[in-house]
Design a protein around this ligand. Sequence first.
Ligand code: NAD
Length: 285
Amino acid sequence: MSTILSGKEVAAALTDALVQRTQALKDRGISPTLAIVRVGEREDDLSYERGATKRCEKIGVAVRSFVLPADASQEELLQVIDQVNRDPEIHGCLLFRPLPKHMDDETVRRALAPEKDVDGITDGSLAGVFAGVKRGFPPCTAQACMEILAHYGYDLTGKRVTVVGRSLVVGKPVAMMLLQKNATVTLCHTRTVDMPAVCREAEILVVAAGKAGVVDASYVSPGQVVVDVGINVNAEGKLCGDVAFDAVEPVVDAITPVPGGVGSVTTCVLVGHVVEAAERTCGMA
Ligand code: NAD
């Protein structure tokens, strides 16, 4: 039997600490506030928005929503972002992407003030992650993986860690964050030759491929720790990860479930970034 690394447990611990930090800010007259900017009514966005709003309420962080219709112009969206940038009472901004096809992602991302980029979408935030310095904020999902490993006490120094997936949202930033903790990191992708063998060599495996069950028992070996970032819907309409949980769980030492794993921690990390952004405005961070 492997250990189940519960994202809910990690989220609860992070929430407790954030409640205290939020109160300390309020005692100084600062109310940490997240702006949520959404174009259209995509079900994925709405579901994430509900989760983020609930987490904000629990921690005491205020939320202001800016919703535009799916056919809004890019200019209208840029005006909203400008309003968010200028408002000193807003500390962080969550902008849902992908944007509608008639908008240019790079132009919109560049418009956001780096200090309010709590979801790590600007070039400045990503440069911070790659340079290993505090600038902007890392993408929340990548940091959620790190929070889980830290909460369960895994020392990453010298560990062989393999990451499956090389997106800018998860794979690449998590690889850089692992490197920052002195892990020896291997990054796998669709062109990797004999991926099962590469994965079996790892002591820690982080999977962010976006393909349900792509990592099966042939990819893992005894003693491994597996972090499954994937969120997919299977044929029965149930949420599942990128790891074939039933086949992998009996082999490895520890594994995150889906749901109840990385996804549970991501919104907490987002709210944590809002709190830190507010702390930075008054020299508390
Ligand atoms: P993406 O599609 O942008 O990137 C997937 C990456 O995996 C790509 O680099 C691709 O080359 C690689 N890949 C795809 N199939 C592969 C295969 N068979 N073998 C090796 N590499 C393969 O996806 P993403 O945005 O990085 O998200 C990855 C997964 O994480 C998705 O399931 C997504 O839903 C999930 N996700 C979860 C959270 C969360 O909070 N838990 C947040 C964001 C994304």
